[in-house]
Design a protein around this ligand. Structure first.
Ligand SMILES: NC(=O)c1ccc[n+]([C@@H]2O[C@H](COP(=O)([O-])OP(=O)(O)OC[C@H]3O[C@@H](n4cnc5c(N)ncnc54)[C@H](O)[C@@H]3O)[C@@H](O)[C@H]2O)c1
Length: 250
């Protein structure tokens, strides 16, 4: 229960990795702001946390909108003792179009959510974390940032590469203020992010090539985020940890 008294914002907390991360940080004692673009999903996650004896507030946010992100941070300040101790930038969208079929609108939206969203959320919490002289930021990127993706679109790969780069930039800029910044590169997981596409064959090939022989479970990612958010990781800074069952380990 190392996070008792701390407030954590988890974006994209309505499903998938974000829900598992929110549940895990709540188990460790943090008060959770479960933020998602889908109100009902955010409310479901917050209800699951409260049923398990934790503390959570749902919040609707579009991380690609500065005004919406500011409102989310105000919600976090109102939720607990006026602090934001942990920010997990997890919200993301995924697309798989070949480059020549990728529209400008799709490029803008994917970069807007996956990369600008991380910038906007960090920008909004940095003054609070500086005033506290303490904070933890964990950015969820992707194995695609490491290997160029297998079936991810160019916009997705670019966005996640950008997340890894700005994790390093933020670490350099914020370390002196007691703000620790790291990331996670998850491997493939059967969450809903690829819903609507029949990618069974590609997905099966990925699993076959994964030394640990299975896709990631959301809890695999949540456990690593919980480590990075905890005091145990106090001297890990500017790193993005690969969590992919050994699929890319060179
Ligand atoms: N599932 C995978 O295989 C995989 C692999 C590598 C990285 N990732 C990354 O992990 C993160 C979580 O993905 P997931 O697999 O849990 O996906 P998911 O679709 O299950 O969950 C993503 C959540 O983000 C929310 N969201 C989407 N756009 C948003 C916005 N503009 N503002 C706020 N919330 C928004 C969705 O409503 C959803 O609840 C993403 O950043 C994704 O790119 C996923």
């Amino acid at each position: 229960m190392g996070l008792v008294g701390q407030t954590a914002i988890v974006t994209g907390a309505g499903k998938g990795f974000g829900r598992a991360i929110a549940l895990r940080l709540a188990k460790d004692g943090a008060g959770i702001v479960a933020a998602d673009i889908h109100a009902a999903h955010a409310e479901e996650t917050a209800a699951l946390i409260r049923t398990a004896g934790g503390d959570a507030t749902p919040c609707v946010v579009d991380v690609a909108s500065a005004g919406s992100v500011e409102a989310m941070v105000q919600c976090a300040l109102a939720h607990g003792p006026g602090r934001v101790d942990i920010l997990v930038n997890n919200a993301g969208i995924w697309k798989s179009t070949p480059t020549e079929e990728t529209t400008e609108a799709d490029w803008d939206r994917v970069l807007g959510v996956n990369l600008k969203g991380v910038f906007l959320c960090c920008r909004a919490v940095i003054p609070i974390m500086k005033a506290q002289a303490r904070g933890r930021i964990v950015n969820i990127a992707s194995i695609a940032a490491r290997n160029g993706g297998t079936f991810s679109g160019i916009h997705y790969v670019a966005s996640k590469g950008g997340v890894v780069a700005i994790t390093k930039k933020l670490a350099k800029e914020l370390g002196a203020f007691g703000i620790v910044v790291n990331g996670v590169n998850p491997g493939h997981s059967d969450t809903g992010i690829m819903a609507g596409l029949d990618l069974t064959a590609v997905r099966d090939a990925l699993v076959k090539n994964t030394p640990l022989g299975r896709p990631a479970e959301p809890e695999d990612i949540a456990d690593v985020v919980a480590f990075l958010a905890s005091d145990a990781a106090r001297f890990v800074h500017g790193e993005t940890i690969e969590v992919n069952g050994g699929l890319v380990c060179d």
